[in-house]
Design a protein. Structure first.
Length: 279
C-alpha cells in the first residue's frame, strides 16, 4: 500500500501539481494491486516491465513511468528508477556521453592545461549555458557558500547555482593563481580577453576528438550531461531544474527523457555527492 499522506507531501515538495499527483496515485494504485510483493522486493523485469506493457499509448506510459520513478525514489530504490526512462513521440533521442566518457574526457586533459580542464569541469559540474559561462565574473563565484551567481541568464533571469563539488572551486583557485593577466572575468584567453562561445567550443572539440568516441560533444552537451547525470546520481529533479535555470520542472523532465546514455551511480568527483542532500 502507498503511504498516501507522506508520499503526497513528498510529491508536493518536489513541485508536482495536484493534477499530476492525482495521476501518479492512480497509476501507483494500479501497479501495486498487480503485484504480490513489497517495495523492497519489486523487480524491474518481473514486475515493472509487465505492468508498463499494458499501456500502448506512449504518452500514457511516460506518465506511468514518472509515477513509478517518484515512488521508487521515495522508497530509496535508486536501482529501479535508473532503469525507467521515457521517450517523447516524434522526437529524436539524443545519445549523450556517459558519466564514464565525461570522466575520461576530463582525465585526458593534462593538469598543466589548467584553463581547458577547469572550463570543462566548470561547465559539467554547474550546468551553466555556454554564454552564461563566458559572462561569469570572478566575483560571481562564492567560495564561502559554495555557489555561482548567474547574473546574465536566459531572458535576463538571475539565479544561484548551488550544490557544486569542491573540486570545481579548487580548480578555479588554481587557474586564477596562475593567471598572468588582470581581468574580472572567470575565463579568459592568453591575452586576457574573456572567452567567447566559439573558443569554448573549440577547446571542448579539441580534447573530445582525441578520445575517438562516436558521439558528439559540444558546450551544450555538457549542460545536458549535468542534468541527466545528476538525476541518475540521485539528485532531486526540482533542484537540478532550478540550478539549470529551466522555466519549469516539466522542461527539465522532457530534456531528461530525450537523451540516452549509460546510467547508474558511479564514483564521480565532478558532480555533487547528491546522496548528502537533505533538502
Amino acid at each position: 500500500m502507498i503511504d498516501t499522506e507522506n508520499f503526497v507531501a513528498h510529491l508536493r515538495s518536489s513541485g508536482r501539481s495536484e493534477k499530476t499527483i492525482k495521476l501518479y496515485l492512480m497509476f501507483l494504485k494500479a501497479f501495486l494491486s498487480s503485484i504480490d510483493t513489497d517495495v523492497a522486493h519489486i523487480s524491474y523485469d518481473n514486475h515493472v516491465v509487465p505492468f508498463l506493457s499494458k499501456y500502448s499509448n506512449q504518452n500514457t506510459r511516460n506518465t506511468c513511468k514518472m509515477a513509478l520513478r517518484n515512488y521508487f525514489r521515495y522508497h530509496g530504490r535508486s536501482d529501479l528508477l535508473q532503469l525507467i526512462r521515457g521517450v517523447k513521440i516524434g522526437r529524436k533521442v539524443e545519445l549523450l556521453p556517459s558519466q564514464v566518457e565525461v570522466l575520461q574526457l576530463i582525465k585526458s586533459i593534462p593538469d598543466k592545461k589548467v584553463l581547458d580542464k577547469t572550463l570543462i569541469v566548470f561547465l559539467y559540474s554547474t550546468g551553466l549555458r555556454v554564454d552564461e559561462c563566458c559572462q561569469c565574473r570572478k566575483f560571481h563565484v562564492d567560495f564561502k557558500n559554495k555557489w555561482v551567481f548567474v547574473k546574465f541568464g536566459k531572458m535576463g533571469h538571475e539565479r544561484n547555482v548551488r550544490f557544486i563539488p569542491d573540486i570545481t572551486f579548487e580548480l578555479l583557485k588554481t587557474m586564477w593563481s596562475k593567471r598572468r593577466t588582470v581581468s574580472e572575468y572567470a575565463f579568459v584567453d592568453r591575452h586576457g580577453r574573456k572567452l567567447n562561445v566559439n573558443q569554448v567550443g573549440y577547446i571542448i572539440k579539441k580534447w573530445w576528438t582525441k578520445l575517438n568516441i562516436e558521439k558528439k560533444c559540444h558546450p551544450h552537451t555538457l549542460r545536458k550531461c549535468y542534468v541527466t547525470h545528476s538525476i541518475d546520481q540521485g539528485a532531486k529533479e526540482i533542484i537540478v531544474s532550478k540550478n539549470a535555470g529551466h522555466s519549469s520542472l516539466s522542461v527539465t523532465l522532457e530534456k531528461y527523457f530525450m537523451v540516452e546514455c549509460l546510467v547508474g551511480k558511479i564514483s564521480n568527483p565532478y558532480l555533487y555527492p547528491w546522496n548528502e542532500v537533505i533538502t
